[in-house]
Ligand binder design. Structure first.
Ligand SMILES: [Zn+2]
Ligand SMILES: [Zn+2]
Length: 348
């Protein structure tokens, strides 16, 4: 195919460990309520690694990944009223039915017919795509596109802290200070909590301090429960988040002394290997185990907080990569580099 004005590039994971860069026509609007988006930035997330490596239970193939999408509206359907050409937008990843029990009780993110852009349907690793106007949110000029790709992960932070009913004064333990851990940290600080961050990597722990962590613990060098006991005056934390998400990470949060009686534990991971949590571990302290998946109604509040500069975004995107150099993204997925914590694909 020849390069022409109406053509674009897209990245397709054809099956686990294989991808192709294809040249295809720029999509047409499918109905009057759709908009055409020209991509500007797409975040690369842990779940994209899993899709590429065949380890995402929610993904089908062939698939265009990308669920952290920011771009510009370049065409609108005749019945579109919420956005106009030229608007800078981020795109929600969740496509729901609006009819099921979960949709009706405001839990659309776990709609029984949910489709997720970038795993169950095609996502944003392409130069253009269409979406219903209801799926896009306008962002102000003050938010640059690289940062706009972080709005979706911050929506996850907002959602999981809501799920955990985080309130001012909570003493929070966060396991894992990667991108999501750092975002949960900032969200909890924004809500007025004391936060303890735990990781095995001194560099990310130092970064966590810069993001507002009150205490940091390196679990390779220190006894985690002892340190938590010291910090909390022998009470334990009121809530713990597992953003490390490896086998055993969730179980470790139930260790006696870590979370106090009546505390909450929030899990976000999709590891399929079993954990070792006994009934007594939950019932003895009457702990709440709360799970959290993606987000629901959080894009707009997060955009507002971004616009108000309520978060420290410095250093969260460690590795911007040009769309022309997309091979690098897959290279880093195959050859993880501890310095490459968060890639964002930039389209121009
Ligand atoms: Zn993500
Ligand atoms: Zn539904």
């Amino acid at each position: 195919m020849k390069v022409g004005a109406k053509m674009m590039k897209e990245v397709v994971i054809t099956k686990p460990y294989e991808y192709e860069i294809r040249e295809v026509p720029i999509p047409e609007l499918e109905d009057d309520y759709q908009v055409l988006i020209k991509m500007k930035a797409a975040g690369v997330c842990g779940s994209d690694y899993h899709i590429y490596h065949g380890a995402n239970p929610n993904s089908t193939y062939p698939r265009i990944p990308g669920h952290e999408n920011a771009g510009v509206v370049v065409k609108v359907g005749s019945k579109v009223t919420r956005v106009k050409e030229g608007d800078r937008v981020v795109v929600d990843l969740i496509i729901t039915c609006g009819q099921c029990y979960q949709c009706k009780i405001g839990r659309e993110n776990i709609c029984e017919n949910v489709k997720v852009r970038g795993s169950g349907v095609d996502g944003g690793f392409r130069e253009y795509f269409t979406a219903p106007e209801d799926d896009v949110y306008v962002i102000p000029n003050s938010i640059d596109f690289k940062d706009a790709a972080l709005i979706e992960p911050f929506a996850i932070g907002a959602h999981c802290t809501n799920r955990g009913k985080v309130v001012p004064g909570d003493i929070v333990f966060i396991l894992g200070t990667g991108t999501i851990g750092s975002i949960i940290l900032q969200t909890c600080k924004n809500k007025g909590c004391t936060v303890i961050c735990c990781d095995i990597d001194d560099e990310t722990l130092e970064r966590a301090k810069a993001y507002g962590a009150d205490y940091i613990i390196n679990s390779r060098k220190e006894n985690v429960v002892e340190r938590v006991q010291e910090i909390t005056n022998r009470k334990g934390v009121t809530i713990a988040f597992d953003s490390a998400c490896f086998q055993g990470s969730l179980t470790s949060l139930f260790e006696p002394g870590l979370v106090r009686n009546a505390g909450r534990v929030v899990n976000l991971g999709f590891t399929t290997a079993p954990e070792s949590i006994s009934q007594a571990m939950l019932a003895q302290r009457e702990l709440d185990l709360i799970s959290s998946r993606m987000s629901c109604y959080q894009f707009e509040p997060v955009i507002e907080k971004f616009a108000n500069n309520e978060f420290n975004l410095d250093g969260l995107v460690t590795t911007p990569i040009k769309f022309d150099e997309i091979d690098k993204v897959f290279h880093y997925m195959d050859n993880p580099d501890p310095k490459v914590k968060k890639m964002v694909i930039l389209f121009d």
